[in-house]
Design a protein around this ligand. Structure first.
Ligand SMILES: *[C@@H]1O[C@H](CO)[C@@H](O)[C@H](O)[C@H]1NC(C)=O
Ligand SMILES: *[C@@H]1O[C@H](CO)[C@@H](O)[C@H](O)[C@H]1NC(C)=O
Ligand SMILES: *[C@@H]1O[C@H](CO)[C@@H](O)[C@H](O)[C@H]1NC(C)=O
Ligand SMILES: *[C@@H]1O[C@H](CO)[C@@H](O)[C@H](O)[C@H]1NC(C)=O
Ligand SMILES: *[C@@H]1O[C@H](CO)[C@@H](O)[C@H](O)[C@H]1NC(C)=O
Ligand SMILES: *[C@@H]1O[C@H](CO)[C@@H](O)[C@H](O)[C@H]1NC(C)=O
Ligand SMILES: *[C@@H]1O[C@H](CO)[C@@H](O)[C@H](O)[C@H]1NC(C)=O
Length: 469
């Protein structure tokens, strides 16, 4: 039933979607209009919260007065105290570090050995290898196990998925040195990864692969592979979708993806492929492509026309004056839709794009409301976490010198630098700390942090904990 090769051209065009995007104004870092909009929204929420609190206090008071006068006082005092900012939580930097090999450049967290604890997979560009560090479930890791990816292979990007549907995580690694894409299948036995890897290059000799993503694009239960690449000999090529037919070794290229009006000359080099739910809370995921030329492309409303043709509507093309250092997706306001956060090392800026639906007359438009915040100097990495156990995600930012700050969400607003602490005092270091990730490492229900200390080529752990005083 499945054709061997689909020969149509990669990208077709449909008219640009009528979506209004707030234009970026780099000169005013803190966009007052959208700030006002959010402030209004926030005031509304605060007002309704106050009304709720008043109603609660009134009813509690009434209840208490009718029941027991002694208790009334206690309840109100508790409520007042909870409004104050007390240090209830912080992060504690762990002494132990976990060496990787040389120049770890990408990190993914999964449970590789099925013990229910988070493990790490890291690719080491200069050692031509990848490392797996098994988690102990108590905030510590075992010594790395490393696997060679071949002489001069220079692994640059990787993605994780279950390609052969055996319940184990497989690694798809892009080897820039040899222009190869290889798949290391997971193995439950002591080896963790099957060696040698499956060589996808035999059938799909992509050149200059710049990004890779793995997910079940066509909802058939098998993880597929998305590849961003720049082939100078064929400029119409931009990204490819390899549909996994069954066992992670047989793919067909799905070539007919209509992605809105993007001419070949407008297509940049894709450096990141991400998935999100900007425009819907279920159904199909939106595809987000970050380009080297500082553009973020969002494709949403995926519609399958037939099994070999699918349309996306283009949602956003925004060019940034400065290089996007890192981009994450999270829920930074009270709605259930994803938002986006980017950091810019050159500008010392954190920018949030709140996805929102705007009603005007009887049409609903998708918009991004943006706000920017100045960060401490040289932010290098950003992670989403839930620090204060509310419905919204918070943001942790790692800086070059290893300091971490936490921005707390407050009805879509950020309480800047709520928590800021220094991991080390190594400000003379020539290399920057990077790759901040958040995950619960010690099973206490709180998000912890890990990052790469490039000075010592090692993973550092920062555990969420209670304050000392
Ligand atoms: C997909 O896009 C093509 C080209 O614009 C259009 O002709 C077709 O009707 C679309 N199909 C669906 C199902 O939206
Ligand atoms: C964490 O678990 C490992 C393996 O079970 C154990 O060796 C280590 O002592 C534990 N460390 C802490 C701090 O509990
Ligand atoms: C890898 O490179 C080293 C040094 O360049 C060389 O001595 C060795 O033979 C190479 N190994 C393989 C398997 O190509
Ligand atoms: C992978 O396949 C390509 C193309 O056939 C080949 O050039 C390369 O040597 C292979 N790599 C490995 C590690 O087998
Ligand atoms: C890959 O990139 C290199 C360096 O930019 C370039 O020289 C080469 O032509 C590219 N290859 C293809 C097939 O585009
Ligand atoms: C973005 O990064 C590239 C490569 O690191 C650099 O050449 C370029 O000048 C940067 N652009 C801006 C606007 O900072
Ligand atoms: C830097 O850290 C070292 C060891 O952690 C400590 O002994 C030293 O006093 C610190 N220096 C400053 C300036 O904080």
């Amino acid at each position: 039933m499945v054709p061997n090769v689909v020969q149509s051209d990669t990208i077709e065009v449909i008219p640009e979607s009528p979506i209004i995007i707030d234009q970026l104004n780099e000169s005013s870092m803190e966009d007052s209009r959208t700030l006002q909009e959010i402030r209004r929204h926030r005031e509304l929420l605060i007002c309704s919260s106050i009304i709720c609190i008043v109603a609660l206090i009134v009813s509690v008071t009434y209840f208490c007065i009718t029941q027991n006068k002694g208790k009334q006082q206690a309840i109100i005092i508790t409520a007042t105290r909870s409004l104050k900012k007390v240090c209830s939580k912080t992060f504690k930097h762990q002494k132990e570090i976990y060496p990787t090999e040389h120049n770890p450049i990408a990190l993914v967290m999964r449970d590789f050995n099925q013990d229910s604890y988070v493990d790490l997979a890291i690719i080491n560009a200069d050692s031509n290898s990848f490392s797996i560090l098994l988690g102990n479930g108590n905030g510590t890791f075992q010594k790395q196990r490393s696997y060679s990816t071949g002489n001069e292979s220079n692994p640059q990007k990787f993605a994780v998925g279950d390609l052969n549907d055996d319940g184990l995580w497989d690694l798809v690694i892009v080897l820039a040195g040899t222009n190869e894409i290889v798949i290391y299948f997971g193995d439950i036995n002591n080896v963790l990864s099957v060696v040698p890897p499956y060589n996808l290059t035999h059938t799909y000799p992509y050149k200059n692969v710049s990004a890779i993503g793995v997910y079940d694009w066509n909802y058939d239960g098998f993880d597929d592979i998305l590849i961003g690449y720049s082939d100078k000999t064929s400029p119409s090529k931009w990204f490819s979708l390899l549909l996994n037919i069954d066992d992670g070794r047989n793919f067909v290229e799905f070539n007919t993806v209509v992605t809105g009006l993007i001419l070949p000359s407008q297509r940049g080099v894709i450096v990141e492929i991400m998935l999100s739910f900007f425009s819907s809370t279920q159904e199909t995921e939106d595809l987000l492509l970050l380009e080297q030329e500082n553009r973020i492309r969002i494709f949403h409303k995926l519609v399958f026309c037939n099994i070999w043709k699918a349309n996306y509507t283009r949602f956003d093309t925004e060019s940034f004056v400065s290089n996007v250092t890192e981009l994450i997706i999270g829920r930074f306001d009270p709605d259930a839709l994803d938002d986006e956060a980017t950091i810019y090392t050159d500008l010392n800026v954190l920018r949030i794009h709140y996805y929102a639906k705007r009603m005007s007359l009887d049409t609903e438009t998708d918009v991004f409301l943006k706000t920017s915040y100045f960060t401490r100097h040289d932010p290098t990495s950003v992670a989403r976490l839930n620090f204060n156990d509310d419905q919204m995600d918070d943001i942790a930012i790692l800086h070059c010198d290893g300091a971490i700050t936490v921005f707390l969400t407050d009805y879509g607003f950020f309480d800047r630098n709520y928590l800021s602490f220094e991991i080390n005092n190594n400000s003379n270091s020539k290399t920057c700390a990077k790759l901040l990730k958040s995950v619960d490492l010690n099973q206490d229900g709180e998000d912890d942090l890990i990052f790469i200390d490039t000075q010592s080529n090692a993973v550092r752990v920062v555990l969420n904990s209670v304050c000392d005083d």
